[in-house]
Design a protein around this ligand. Structure first.
Ligand SMILES: [Zn+2]
Length: 355
């Protein structure tokens, strides 16, 4: 048992979880998920992809925990009216991965849990894998000798003298450089370029593409999720925040809204909740986001939401594969924030992707 788990265990048996839960009962808990991991071992992307069984166990625990689970729209309305039930929880899921439809939607349906999916639309309208995440996977899993033979390593040695190409930092740097190079190509040449990268790195890309490990839902699959009761909301069209330039951010939101309202055949005004891609946000865009008709905007800052919190910057609880149930519960009760100091910033995640 780790030190944290041992300490949490002591706090729980001493009644501190119950007390914290009572103290924070007027706050809203917004859970944040992404996709599920469809590949084999080892697990990739701790907070980006969770094992399907673990997501199912979490939702089963939540359904019998006694925490009332509300839809995001109802939760925000009742937060505004000061009428939230005690210890209210909302489930949000980012991006719209194919794995979310395959593995999360059936669990949510079976347990009758409402959830909001923040969907980007670029890849849904074009199809194919999210390339910069796929590239990161390929580079981080490439055998050392294949990596050493590759051109990218020689490029890296030139541009980053002293950086060991096969270290995690080296692999990250190579992945980043490759992703930018691929992004600079015309759209119809990008996937072929990534196939070449995979071949150079001795990585078999076929099961990855066929298994759709890095795909988002297609338009038809988004409609399916919507029909099956998932609330679908905004996350920008290309998953970019453009250095927080307000007019570009509102352009992304409007394009995302136009596409989603066309795909789902819903009134654009029903698309009024937003999640900042990769959690990138700042006060400078709040007014512009609000003027787009956005009623709530979530970040990846961690913590519970108070009645007085700025609606354009709502914290969440980011659930990850490596998080034990006791820590998850500690975060839900609010004792985690009391111990660690509220509003710790999450470590940067390999979540950002570009169109
Ligand atoms: Zn995202």
């Amino acid at each position: 048992m780790g030190t944290t788990t041992a300490a949490l265990s002591v706090l729980k048996s001493a009644g501190a979880f119950r007390l914290a839960k009572r103290t924070t009962r007027s706050k809203l808990r917004i859970l944040c998920y992404h996709g599920l991991w469809l590949g084999g071992r080892p697990q990739y992307g701790d907070c980006l992809y969770m094992q399907p069984r673990m997501f199912e166990e979490r939702m089963e625990w939540l359904a019998r925990s006694g925490y009332p689970v509300l839809s995001l729209d109802e939760a925000i309305a009742r937060l505004d009216e000061h009428s939230l039930p005690a210890n209210a929880v909302t489930i949000t899921i980012d991006d719209g991965w194919f794995s979310t439809l395959m593995g999360m939607v059936p669990v949510l349906e079976r347990l009758r849990l409402p959830a909001t999916l923040y969907a980007t639309t670029y890849y849904s309208t074009r199809g194919g894998p999210v390339l910069n995440v796929l590239i990161d996977y390929l580079v981080s899993h490439a055998p050392a000798d294949a990596l050493a033979r590759s051109l990218y390593v020689r490029d890296l040695a030139r541009s980053h003298p002293g950086l060991a190409a096969q270290s995690n930092a080296g692999r990250n740097a190579i992945g980043g450089q490759l992703a930018s190079a691929v992004d600079a190509l015309p759209g119809n040449q990008r996937l072929d370029a990534v196939r070449e990268v995979a071949a150079t790195l001795d990585m078999d890309i076929i099961p990855i593409l066929e298994g759709r490990w890095f795909d988002l839902m297609s338009e038809d699959e988004l409609r399916q999720a919507h029909r099956r009761g998932v609330d679908i909301q905004l996350h920008t069209h290309t998953h970019r925040m453009h250095e927080l330039a307000p007019e570009k951010v509102t352009g992304e939101i409007e394009k995302n809204r136009t596409e989603l309202s066309r795909i789902l055949n819903v009134d654009p005004s029903t698309l009024r909740h937003f999640c900042y891609p990769s959690g990138v946000h700042s006060r400078v865009v709040f007014d512009a986001v609000r003027r787009c008709g956005i009623r709530s905007a979530t970040t990846t800052e961690t913590g519970l939401v108070s009645i007085e919190d700025e609606r354009m910057s709502l914290s969440r609880i980011l659930d990850c594969q490596s998080m034990g149930l006791l820590e998850f519960e500690a975060r839900l009760t609010g004792i985690w924030d009391m111990i660690t100091g509220a509003r710790e910033r999450m470590l940067p995640r390999k979540e950002a992707y570009t169109g």
